[in-house]
Design a protein around this ligand. Sequence first.
Ligand code: HEM
Ligand SMILES: [Cu+2]
Length: 536
Amino acid sequence: MAQEEVTQSHVSFRDVKGKYTGLFAWIFSTDHKRVGLLYLYSIITFFLTGVVLGIFMKLELMAPGRTVMDAATYNAIFTLHGVIMIFLVVVPGLPAIFGNFMLPIMIGAKDVAFPKLNLLSWWVYALGAIVALSSLFMAGGPPDTGWTFYAPYSFKTNTNMLPAVIGAFILGFSSILTGINFIVTIHRMRAPGMTWFKMPLFPWTLYGTAWIQILATPIVGITLLMIVGERILNIGFFDPALGGDPILYQHLFWIYSHPAVYIMILPAMGAISEIIPTFANKTIFGYKAIVISTLAIAFVGYFVWGHHMFTAGMSGTALYVFSLLTFLVAIPSAIKVFNWVSTLHKASIQLEPPFFWAASFLFVFMVGGLSGLALGALATNVHLHDTAFVVAHFHYIVFGGVGFAFMGAIHYWFPKMWGRMYNTRVATVGWMAFFTGFCFLYTPMFLLGIQGMPRRYYDYVDRFHGLNVVSTVGSWVLFIGLAIIIINLVRGARKGPIAPKDPWGGKTLEWTIDSPPTLENFEEIPVITKGPYDYS
Ligand code: HEM
Ligand SMILES: [Cu+2]
């Protein structure tokens, strides 16, 4: 090994000497792996910011009445929390980090199709983030509409709406650039012999996601521009006084934002589909069913947006159709769950941290999905809409689903990305605390919602006190778990033992190359003859 390391072809991508050094070697690098890590560090920074805001919200809700902040501050904080977590964390999330790092490697390519566009997407992301967060430092303060920017409030509030809206608009371009890059990369750059149905599942989910990114994102872009037009030029898109319609805003917003939830969850499902066969030491059950359900979700996901607006005023027919379609879109997700569980059936499972995250993903994703059905049914929706139940539902899905898959992915691919190992025992303790804290944090919100506690309120009546205390304490446990996880990973990246090429016994291409990879990933482009999960 020591002998090999000195030969040029085995230099890790981190040690390659390029035109620049230091920070510049990162922010001007077009290497897909460096771009992926740039996204990782930026997204983690925003994630931690969002977590701190969340902890403060929970502190406020620990007791009725004013606890640590006033109502206006609370409104600004939940808006910022939502904007950061959705637009800066979970939407770019897995595609921008693990998609950039792993996609070319998993399909046997040396980079993405357009490396410069790829770097540009990070720059656009950084610009969007700066613009969106600049409202914090302006007189008037950050917006207080919630991350959905609903009209009519979004064109009436005196807070700084424009930076947030324009920031989100810019961020959309970053998402579109990533989407275009991935579609072309997958079409044009698969290794010889890698037919569509020999492609691993994570790239498949990135493919489905990429189409949503380029087809749905322009819709939210236009919608956000309409708010700008309404606020600056007084064009009456949404203001009834000017002949506009506030409900139109909700339609336009959710025509993007429901498909966007699939931008978030599909790559998460892809990561889980990689982790499960590796730790079950078994071929994935129903590979084609997973591929087809991925494409089905990406497609049907466009037609269910109305379920966010059942109480907003729609024709009876529209209500029934949106409710029916919402139930239909749950089927392909359920198919995947059956496939994962069947893969685990009678397997000899390696109990390691990535597997713990994947297994707990199955649990939280099911709770999130089934509570979605309770919301998708018309009668129960009227009762539950805009209550804490919705907050519990989407945190189980978005934080539970996407967040747990992210944690699984980073613990799975860590040895490949850093060439070192973290301490698996500490990682398991971190997972336990995080998972326990998560359940205590969000489960009470289901109950509170059923009992009628509204969402987005900084105060509540006395009878909701007990469950809110449980939830707040849960947020501390989760935070401790998160701290353990991050400290452990940082220590592993710095001083962990050197990782072998394939520490977990994975079969996809990334496990055949050096840890960490060389600049061009492969010395020779592999020729593919077998399916991706060949454990025979
Ligand atoms: C079985 C699948 C799912 C069903 C049936 C479902 C159903 C619903 C329904 C009906 C609502 C609206 C509730 C209301 O406000 O009255 C809702 C809200 C939400 N869902 Fe889902 N959902 C599912 C999966 C997902 C997934 C996969 C994600 C994200 C990755 C997600 C994220 C959200 C978010 C963010 C909201 C709340 C948005 C807001 O009001 O601010 N859901 N879901
Ligand atoms: Cu939806």
